[in-house]
Design a protein around this ligand. Structure first.
Ligand SMILES: C[S@@+](CC[C@H](N)C(=O)[O-])C[C@H]1O[C@@H](n2cnc3c(N)ncnc32)[C@H](O)[C@@H]1O
Length: 326
C-alpha cells in the first residue's frame, strides 16, 4: 500500500494556472510525493509529459511508485531546482509549457520526527531536504555566533525578539533535539496573539538557512523563466511572506520593461519584460480546502506567462527518457 502523507494544495487552481493541455511538457520543481504531478498527468488524456525534481529521496521514492502508472511520460530526478537549466540539459529537454514550484516543507518531512523539521515532534536537529547535505540544523543551532543567529532569526523568521531568542539558544548549548530547541525558543520569543506556537519563527528561520532556501528560490525562478517556451506558464505556491515576496518581486521585475531605480531620470537598463502577469492578485485556497486541509491555509498562488512568440512548427523537443532516474 502506498503511504502518502502530503495532501497537495490548490490542485484545481494549479492545473488551471498552468493551463495544462494534452501533449504539453511540464516541470514540477518540487515534485515531493507526486500529488500535483499525479493530478497533472492524470488530467491530460494520457499525453502530457513531466520532469519531477526534488531534493528529498524519501519523497521521490513515494512519487516513483505513485507515478509509475504513467510510464515514460514521467521522469524523476534528485536535484535542486536552483539548477533547472542544467537538469533540463542533462535530460535533453527543450523549452517547456509550464513550470511549477510548490515551495516549503511537506507533510512527509514535518511528520517524520527523525527529519527534525517539527517543533511538536521530538527528533534530532536535522531539517535537511537533502539527506546527503553536510550542514544540518544542529550546526546552525550549536555553532553559529549569537549575532549571526540573531540576524538569521530577524531576517528569515521575522522574529521580533530575535536577539533574545539567539541569546537563549547560545546560553542553552549544546542543544540536541527539536523539543529542546522549541522550549528555548518558546521561553525567549514573544507569545503570538494568534496563538501560533512561539517556536514557529525560529524553526522556519533555521530551516531556511540549512537549505539555502531564499537563494535557491531566486535562482530557480530565474532559470524557470529561461526554460519556458513562449506562452508557457510559471506557477509558484508559497507558504509565508518571505517566499511570496521573492516570487512577487521576480514577477514584478520580469513583467516590467524597465527596472531602473525611480531616481534615475532616464531608462538605462535595456531590460525587456519576459513575463506577463496573469492575475495581479494572489490566489488563496477556498474555505472548504482550508477546512479539509488546514496546512493549506497560508498558501498563496501566483502565475505568470512567458512572453514571446512560438513558431507554428515548434512542438517543443522535450524528450523524456526512461522511467525514474536519480
Ligand atoms: C510542499 S512540498 C511539495 C509537495 C508536492 N507538490 C506534492 O504534491 O506532493 C515541497 C517540496 O519541495 C522540495 N524542495 C525544497 N527545496 C527544493 C529545492 N531547492 N530543489 C528541489 N526540491 C526542493 C522539498 O523537499 C519538498 O518535497
Amino acid at each position: 500500500m502506498l503511504n502518502v502523507r502530503h495532501k497537495p494544495v490548490m490542485v484545481e487552481e494549479t492545473l488551471e494556472a498552468l493551463k495544462v493541455r494534452s501533449g504539453g511538457q511540464y516541470i514540477d520543481c518540487t515534485v515531493g510525493e507526486g500529488g500535483h504531478a499525479d493530478a497533472l498527468l492524470g488530467t491530460t488524456n494520457h499525453t502530457a509529459r513531466l520532469l519531477g525534481i526534488d531534493l528529498d529521496s524519501e519523497a521521490l521514492e513515494v512519487a516513483n511508485t505513485r507515478l509509475r502508472q504513467y510510464g515514460d511520460r514521467v521522469d524523476l530526478i534528485k536535484g535542486t531546482f536552483a539548477e533547472i537549466e542544467s537538469l533540463t540539459l542533462i535530460k535533453g529537454l527543450g523549452l517547456v509549457d509550464g513550470v511549477l514550484f510548490d515551495l516549503g516543507v511537506s507533510s512527509l518531512q514535518l511528520e517524520t520526527a527523525k527529519r527534525g523539521f517539527s517543533f511538536s515532534r521530538e527528533g534530532p536537529l536535522d531539517m535537511r531536504f537533502n539527506g546527503e547535505q553536510k550542514m544540518s540544523a544542529s550546526d546552525v543551532v550549536n555553532r553559529w555566533k549569537e549575532a549571526e543567529l540573531a540576524s538569521l532569526l530577524k531576517e528569515y523568521g521575522e522574529e521580533p525578539r530575535a536577539k533574545q531568542v539567539a541569546r537563549g539558544i547560545v546560553g542553552a548549548r549544546p542543544i540536541t533535539t527539536t523539543a529542546d530547541l522549541a522550549k528555548v525558543a518558546a521561553r525567549s520569543a514573544k507569545r503570538s496573539p494568534r496563538r501560533i506556537n512561539p517556536a514557529t519563527k525560529t524553526f522556519q528561520a533555521i530551516r531556511m538557512a540549512v537549505n539555502g532556501e531564499t537563494g535557491n528560490i531566486k535562482m530557480g525562478l530565474e532559470q524557470a523563466t529561461r526554460v519556458l517556451a513562449p506562452g508557457g506558464r510559471l506557477v509558484a505556491i508559497s507558504y509565508h511572506s518571505l517566499e511570496d515576496r521573492i516570487v512577487k518581486q521576480w514577477f514584478r521585475r520580469e513583467s516590467s520593461s524597465c527596472i531602473c531605480s525611480t531616481e534615475v531620470p532616464e531608462c538605462a537598463c535595456n531590460h525587456s519584460a519576459t513575463l506577463r502577469l496573469i492575475d495581479r492578485r494572489v490566489k488563496r485556497p477556498t474555505a472548504e480546502e482550508i477546512r479539509e486541509n488546514p496546512r493549506s491555509r497560508s498558501a498563496r498562488l501566483r502565475v505568470a506567462e512567458r512572453l514571446g512568440t512560438r513558431s507554428p512548427d515548434d512542438k517543443g523537443d522535450m524528450k523524456i527518457s526512461g522511467v525514474i532516474q536519480r
